[in-house]
Design a protein around this ligand. Sequence first.
Ligand code: B1M
Length: 210
Amino acid sequence: MSIIQEIRTSVINGQAKETAAKVQQAINEGINPDVVLREGLIDAMREVGRMFEEGEYFVPEMLIAARAMKGALAILKPLLVDQGIEPMGKVVIGTVKGDLHDIGKSLVAMMLEGAGFEVVDLGTDVTAEKFIEVLKQGATVLAMSALLTTTMPQMKVTIEAIKQAGLREQTHVMIGGAPVTQAYADEIGADGYAPDASAAVRKAQELLGK
Ligand code: B1M
C-alpha cells in the first residue's frame, strides 16, 4: 500500500496518531503537501461521507475521522501557507448558523491566509450578526461555508441582513461548501462561488480585482 493510501485508510479508521505520523512520513519522503491533502485526506473524508450515507458509519465515526483529519491539517498548514506575501484584503469567514462542519471552511481560511489575506475566522454556527460585526470593523470579503442543504438558506438570510445593515455595496460575498453551486450563488445574489479552497483564493482575488 502506498503511503498516500495508508494516510487515507488511517483517516477513514479515525486513527489520529497514525494519520499524523504517516503525514509526517510522507512529507519527509518529499511528497507534495498538496497531494497529501487532496489524495490522502480530502479523498478519505469523501469516503467517510459515502459510508455514512450507506449506513456503514454513524456520527461518532464521522467525528473521529474528522479529528484525525484536523490533526493532519495542523502538520500541513505551515507547508501549505506561503509566507511573506503582501496583504491582499480582509476576509471574514465562517460556517453559517446551525452548521458545525468546519474542516472545509478551515482549509479555505488557511489557503486565503497563505495567499496574503488577513482572515478573521469566526468558526462554525455563525449568525448574520456576528458576520456583520466584523464587516463593520473593515472586512470587505464575506466568505460563508455550508455543508448541509438545511443550512444553505442561512447564506441568503445573511446576505439580506448585510443589506439591512447598509453594508451590501461595500462587501464582496462568496460562498462554498459541498452542496453549494454557482446556480445557488446566483439565486441568492452572492458575488462568487468556489468549489474548493484553491478556487476560493482565486475567487477572492478576482472579487477584489487583484
Ligand atoms: Co456531516 N454531513 N453531519 N458531520 N459530514 C455531511 C456534510 C453529509 C454530506 C454526509 C452524508 O450524508 N454523505 C451530510 C449532509 C447531507 C445534506 O445536507 N444533504 C451530513 C449530515 C447529514 C450531518 C448531520 C446532520 C448528521 C446527524 O447528526 N445525523 C450532522 C449535522 C451537524 C451540524 O452541522 N449541525 C453532521 C455532523 C458531522 C460531524 C460533526 C460528525 C462531522 C464534522 C466535524 C467537523 O467538521 N469538525 C461531519 C463530517 C466529517 C461530514 C463529512 C463526512 C465530511 C465533511 C468534510 O469535512 N469534508 C460530510 C460528507 C462529505 O462532505 N462528503 C458530511 C472534507 C472537506 C475538506 O470538504 O467541507 O466539502 P468540504 O470543503 C471543501 C469544499 O466544499 C470547499 O472547499 C473545501 C476544500 O476543498 N468549501 C468552500 C467549503 N467551504 C467553502 C467556502 C468557500 C469556498 C469553498 O467560500 C467561502
